[in-house]
Design a protein around this ligand. Structure first.
Ligand SMILES: Cc1cc2nc3c(=O)[nH]c(=O)nc-3n(C[C@H](O)[C@H](O)[C@H](O)COP(=O)(O)O)c2cc1C
Ligand SMILES: C=C(O[C@@H]1CC(C(=O)O)=C[C@@H](OP(=O)(O)O)[C@H]1O)C(=O)O
Length: 354
């Protein structure tokens, strides 16, 4: 199976299935001599792990990382960093009834048709459990990036939107509520709504905004490997993501050039930032910001019409533990993927000129 790696120099390969004994990864290209902060890595894992609050899946995993290689006396050695995360709380019987049945809008049908082998237990490799490995890689990338500050927060759950611009928000609010919305009042509305939706056995989508400050000028390549293209690929590779827009995004289509152009100050900074910190694929030193859209989770606790592997009409009904809304746990995943891209492009930049 191709597609298990991400990045060109700072390269993360992940392995493992949701209901196998463990998941893990190999991170290549991390420069030697980086003093790792293991508590910071663990803190990122705790932000993503299942079972952390009442509005997420109740699967209970510790999500402790065991490092196997590439680190000596707390510092990276420049060799591949191998790590594993145990799966402890699999309940594979929750999936027995859909062994030969395709859940609408999950990956069951496409995996089966493509490979002819489907690990139906917890969705196997298609489960978002794999994103735990991305968070490990991203936490190391964040440490490499030092002064670059990557902050993501939930900006919509269903039709409940946080209307404030990121510059008006107090980011210290984000970790104070289980939704990870940067505004306490909106967060409590969102939390209430997710609980209602869960009671109905249904699910809801949402939006995450990511803001990246202190980005040096010059990350990104002018053709193909444009920084925004890499960020888009990274975000769209996260399970359940349906949309990506950076800078003015789709709203920019409604503006005139005279309104949209970012006018320079004499020091090269710009008075506005509709470009979203990237021009011509290269970071311009302004804050990078983008939105990521997530669909409602496919596995619902309601009966839905579907088909089985023989193409016969069947019924699918979710059992067990599922996220009613993925955005609260996807916040650290978005940050991790952004960090992986920036670390990779920083290293690419280092080799592209003397
Ligand atoms: C943090 C997170 C948690 C998720 N939890 C669930 C879940 O509990 N149940 C489910 O059916 N899908 C869940 N998903 C989404 C599926 O993994 C995803 O829909 C599936 O792999 C099919 O891929 P696609 O939606 O990108 O097409 C989750 C996604 C993320 C990012
Ligand atoms: C296990 C995690 O999330 C899982 C993601 C997921 C899916 O279909 O993506 C389905 C559920 O799996 P299970 O039925 O095995 O509990 C979630 O709990 C995790 O994020 O670590």
């Amino acid at each position: 199976m191709a597609g298990n790696s991400f990045g060109k120099i700072f390269k993360l390969t992940t392995f493992g299935e949701s209901h196998g004994p463990a998941i893990g990864g190999i991170l290549e290209g991390c420069p030697a001599g980086l003093q790792l902060d293991f508590e910071a890595i663990n803190a990122e894992m705790q932000r993503r792990k299942p079972g952390q609050s009442k509005i997420v899946t109740q699967r209970k995993e510790a999500d402790e990382v065991t490092f196997l290689s590439g680190i000596f006396e707390g510092k990276t050695t420049g060799t591949p960093i191998g790590f594993t995360i145990e799966n402890i709380n699999q309940k594979s019987a929750d999936y027995n009834h859909i062994k030969n049945i395709y859940r609408p809008s999950h990956a069951d049908f496409t995996y089966d048709k493509k490979y002819g082998v489907r690990d139906y237990r917890g969705g196997g490799r298609s489960s978002a459990r794999e994103t735990a490995c991305r968070v490990v890689g991203g936490a190391i990338a964040k440490q490499l990036l030092k002064d670059v500050k990557i902050t993501a927060y939930v900006s919509a759950v269903g039709a409940i939107e946080l209307k404030k611009h990121f510059s008006e928000l107090d980011f210290s609010e984000i970790e104070k509520n289980p939704v990870r919305c940067a505004d306490a009042e909106t967060a409590s509305k969102m939390e209430k709504f997710i609980k209602e939706i869960r009671k109905e056995g249904d699910t809801v989508g949402g939006k995450i905004t990511c803001v990246i400050e202190n980005v040096p000028i010059g990350l990104g390549e002018p053709v193909f490997d444009k920084l925004h293209a890499a960020l888009g690929m990274a975000m769209l590779s996260i399970n359940a993501v349906k949309g990506f827009e950076y800078g003015s995004g789709f709203a920019g289509t409604k503006m005139k050039g005279s309104e949209h152009n970012d006018i320079f100050n004499e020091d090269g900074s710009t008075k506005t930032n509709h470009s979203g910190g990237i021009q011509g694929g290269i970071s311009n030193g302004e804050t990078i910001y983008f939105n990521v859209a997530f669909k409602p989770v496919a596995t619902i606790m309601q009966k839905q019409e579907t088909i089985d592997s023989a193409g016969k009409k069947a019924e699918a009904e979710g059992k067990g533990r599922h996220d009613p809304c993925v955005v609260p746990r996807a916040v650290p995943i978005v940050e991790a993927m952004a960090a992986l891209v920036l670390a990779d492009y920083w290293l690419i930049g280092k080799v592209s000129k003397f």
